[in-house]
Design a protein around this ligand. Structure first.
Ligand code: GLY
Ligand code: MN
Ligand code: MN
Length: 437
């Protein structure tokens, strides 16, 4: 399947799910200003990209199922010689039709002029209700159309959130999406292995971050999917630590949570390993507990199981282990009921993964946790965090933060760990770190 036929399939699928006599609108992400006239690297809105493959700002896509003159209309920037010289490639109206499969293309400046005629006679309008810019534009157009009711103009009367339809589609990954995800994960795994090999006491956290980015970039993946967390020692107890400036200390652990983005799809991997290549006894005890919790969570993933089951499996193992190690006291069932484990494990065990690192898709169906189905991708990332400031635990546990995170595809028979190429047993990590570079 060519890339553009993949996007065409998705549009067809969306239009089949839309109600009769409706149309849908979605806008591209605007270019984001960093400061004065410098911009952040452009990143398309994930839903817009999912439906169009179009990677430019200043665009609006319109989908009108059953429209005879064409169902996919793209408003975008016209081709401009000067812009081509200053900022380079852009599709223009011809490109919108020829490369991106639009049935019709119009200059973005004509949106307010053309849209009313596209809306006329359509009863329902889908758009992302959270898009404030689009909302105010649409309400102005609808108000103008209502004024022309006596001339026979019939504007849509129902506004429906487009997110629900698109996010449900995005939750199930196609073979093309999985190929992009596998590539993001393969490169991210190479970056984590590189970091393990290079790590030693005395380096700064950002030197390790640079190694990760080097591996992503040299393999053609130009952006991380989120800010990399490179957290030595106690910094690992700060869940979203991204300062990445401190010196790595002999005897500490290093937690790295980093993933590359490929075709706008994220990898999301965490590994925790000793800065000097050898776990101390307490580090090892906590590490193996997290690893056991992760194994139990992964073992609970298969079609028919519910979303919460991996989390509950991890909490069970962690709580039991914390009691055994003397970090918690009491009966396991009561400690779980009272959520006593949250002192050391304060986040959940995973999230959907896709174009957004914390991807879209419902976690519940009605009041119940959602049932897992083939094609869903989720992370499994239990952890334990015993901060330096935990005065009521024995000193040798303090300043240890551990998370182990893999990306998992639900398959017909069970699941596949997509990020198994990064070592995670104590023996495999120590062996890789001993190996000559
Ligand atoms: N990197 C963010 C997360 O693991 O959820
Ligand atoms: Mn992560
Ligand atoms: Mn994650």
């Amino acid at each position: 399947m060519t890339i553009s036929s993949e996007f065409k399939q998705r549009r067809k699928h969306l239009m089949r799910r839309m109600k009769k006599r409706s149309l849908a609108l979605i806008a591209a992400a605007p270019a984001a200003r960093r400061n004065r006239d410098a911009e952040y690297p452009y990143r398309q809105n994930s839903d817009f990209y999912y439906l169009t493959g179009f990677n430019e700002p200043d665009a609006v896509a319109v989908f009108i199922p059953g429209r005879e003159q064409g169902e996919f209309i793209l408003f975008c920037r016209e081709y401009d010689e000067t812009m081509a010289i200053w900022t380079g490639r852009h599709a223009g109206l011809d490109g919108a039709r020829e490369q991106f499969g639009a049935d019709e293309a119009h200059p973005i400046g004509k949106l307010d002029e053309v849209l009313p005629s596209l809306m006329d006679g359509r009863e329902r309008l889908y758009y992302p209700l959270g898009d404030e810019g689009l909302r105010s534009r649409i309400s102005t157009i609808l108000a103008a159309l209502r004024e022309r009711a006596r001339a026979g103009v019939r504007p849509p009367s129902a506004l429906i959130d487009l997110d629900g339809l698109v996010h449900e589609m995005r939750l199930f990954k196609s073979p093309a999406e999985l190929a992009s995800m596998r590539r993001a994960m393969e490169v991210s795994a190479a970056a984590h292995r590189r970091a393990m090999r290079i790590c030693r006491p005395g380096l700064r956290e950002y030197e390790i971050e640079a190694e990760l980015l080097h591996e992503f970039t040299r393999q053609g993946l130009r952006s991380p999917a989120y800010s990399s967390i490179v957290a030595g020692g106690n910094n690992a107890c700060v869940l979203h630590y991204i300062h990445n400036e401190d010196v790595l200390q002999d005897g500490d652990l290093l937690l790295i949570d980093a993933g590359a983005e490929c075709d706008n799809y994220a990898a999301d991997i965490t590994r925790t390993f000793p800065v000097n290549g050898r776990f101390t006894a307490p580090q090892r005890q906590l590490y193996e507990l997290v690893l056991d919790a992760q194994a139990a969570a992964i073992a609970s993933i298969r079609p028919g199981r519910r979303w919460n089951e991996p989390h509950e499996a991890a909490v069970q193992v962690l709580t039991k282990g914390l009691v055994k190690l003397g970090l918690l006291r009491g009966r396991v069932a009561k400690l779980i009921h009272d959520e006593a484990y949250k002192k050391f494990y304060m986040h959940r065990t995973g999230h959907w993964l896709g174009m957004d690192v914390h991807d879209v898709g419902d976690y519940k169906a009605g009041d119940d946790w959602r049932v897992l189905e083939p094609g869903m991708v989720l992370t499994v990332e239990p952890g334990l965090y015993v901060s330096e400031s935990c005065a009521d635990v024995e000193e040798h546990w303090r300043g240890i933060g551990i998370r182990i995170e893999d990306d998992v595809l639900v398959t017909e028979k069970g699941c596949e760990v997509l990020t198994a190429a990064v070592p995670k047993s104590v023996a495999d990590i120590e062996a890789l770190m001993r190996a000559e570079m």
